[in-house]
Design a protein around this ligand. Structure first.
Ligand code: PLP
Length: 452
């Protein structure tokens, strides 16, 4: 054990943080989290903090579940490592693939394993292009994505994502990815009803395909509900129209389930909540509730059949289907099933959470919109509810609000001018109440700072 200051000094000296300004680590020091249980984490000074982000949208079953550490220990003792290359397999990876086939849509029956969502999406870019290449349609290479999408931090993941600051570091490799606008009705609806806007936003895909030529387009990728881009839940007309367009122009459909999977939207997968029938389903995070790094790519039968006919597949990682990670994922799925967490999100805690947040829209002068579904939500901060004028970067509203929450013992996230929330699926009603109580005070303080 070390004093917090000692950890911070060591950390600042030797560690390059993710998505953090290094000067902040030097000036303020990092937040040292040492322990967690349920939906709560403790810092090195013993301060209790309610984690309304489930880590990074991933600790779906909550922290401290012995079933997972026991599963890891047992598998480590039995077979700590083996791989799936050159005809090998181990029981946990086989069992996990079979289990996932039972949870995903009927057409998805094969799974490739990876270690992170980024790697899963990287793999899909290769497999999807290979799918067309094997059929002699070698020009079908471009992947269409959306602004504010997040698909990972590898070269391909960041190229697929729609965040300009990520592109600035993609190493100059465009990877033949283009983006259409994301379907955020509140900001870009231009007087259309939600449903009309959903159709219009989806038809941007058709326009882009016609512009590029369908013979050059490999796939469309989208998160069922965009997460890291600010929890953008699309109008109900959006995905059916996207589905129609992909079918009409022979474009593969990739539903990135890395956040939406494993109960977060009130179904096992966001695709089921939103009525999507994807060709590829990347999943990670909630697959093991973050206890160990593991990811999977669900593959539609028609895609698998072409890939399987193609012979030797030159793809895979040392840790694809790692037995310990797969054993932990299986124990995690057992808990989600045995505790009925998917139905809990759909029928109980999800609606309770949304209703509680809706009260903040009514009570706060700076919350213009509540977005979200199940246990992922966002509050859109505005300076004026009538004009929907957004706070500027210099207003620093969402970061002020987020930091206020942290100091009061609540972890939320700031995404542009929104506050984003994604608690564990075991979050209690009392924890929702506590969240809304702290958030309400944070919003009051933020409104005062904005002079609203
Ligand atoms: N896809 C989505 C939708 C994500 O939200 C993320 C991470 O937040 C990723 C992919 C990348 O996953 P990872 O961070 O495990 O590489």
């Amino acid at each position: 054990q070390k004093a917090t200051g000692e950890w911070q000094t060591l950390d600042a000296r030797h560690h390059l943080h993710s998505f953090t300004d290094p000067t902040l680590i030097e000036s303020e020091g990092s937040r040292i989290i040492v322990r967690a249980e349920g939906s709560t984490v403790w810092d090195n000074d013993g301060r209790e903090i309610l984690d309304c982000m489930a880590g990074l949208w991933c600790v779906n079953i909550g922290y401290g579940r012995r079933e997972l550490s026991d599963a890891a220990a047992a598998q480590m003792a039995l077979l700590p490592y083996y791989n799936n290359h050159f005809q090998s397999a181990s029981p946990p990876m086989i069992e996990l693939a079979a289990r996932l086939a039972g949870l995903t849509p009927d057409t998805i029956n094969h799974f490739a394993f990876a270690n992170s969502g980024s790697e899963a999406n990287d793999a899909i870019a290769r497999l999807a292009r290979q799918f067309w290449q094997l059929q002699g349609r070698v020009t079908k290479r471009t992947i269409i994505s959306r602004t504010m999408a997040y698909h990972g931090s590898t070269v391909m993941g960041s190229a697929l994502g729609g965040m300009p600051h990520m592109h600035a570091m993609d190493g100059g490799v465009s990877n033949e990815v283009v983006h259409i606008a994301h379907p955020h009705w509140y900001l870009y609806g231009e007087g259309l009803s939600r449903d009309e806007f959903g159709l219009k936003a989806a038809r941007a895909l058709e326009d882009k395909i016609l512009e590029l030529g369908a013979e050059n387009v490999c796939a469309f990728i989208g998160e069922p509900v965009q997460g890291a881009g600010g929890v953008i839940d699309p109008p109900s007309t959006y995905w059916p129209e996207i589905q129609r367009i992909c079918k009409q122009y022979d474009i593969l459909l990739i539903a990135d389930e890395v956040i939406c999977g494993f109960g977060r939207t009130g179904s096992w997968f966001g695709s089921q909540t939103l009525g999507i029938q994807p060709d590829f389903m990347p999943m990670a995070k909630g697959l093991s509730s973050g206890y160990l790094p593991v990811a999977a790519v669900g593959i539609h039968d028609r895609v698998y059949n072409v890939l399987a006919d193609g012979g030797h597949l030159a793809h895979g990682y040392t840790y694809s289907g790692h037995p310990v990670a797969c054993a932990v994922a299986l124990a995690n799925i057992d808990i989600i099933e045995n505790e009925g967490l998917v139905a809990r999100v759909r029928d109980d805690i999800g609606p309770y959470f949304m209703a509680a947040l809706d009260k903040l829209v009514d009570s706060s002068p700076i919350v213009g919109e509540r977005r979200g579904i199940g246990m992922m939500a966002a509050l859109q901060l505005v300076k004026n509810k009538d004009t929907r004028e957004l706070p500027t970067l210099t207003d620093n509203a969402s970061i002020f609000c987020r930091d206020y929450c942290y100091n009061e013992g609540l972890i939320v996230r700031a995404v542009g001018p929104s506050i984003v929330l994604s608690p564990p699926l075991i979050y209690t009603h009392a924890e929702v109440d506590q969240t809304v109580d702290i958030l309400g005070r944070a919003l009051d303080a933020t409104a005062k700072k904005l002079g609203v």
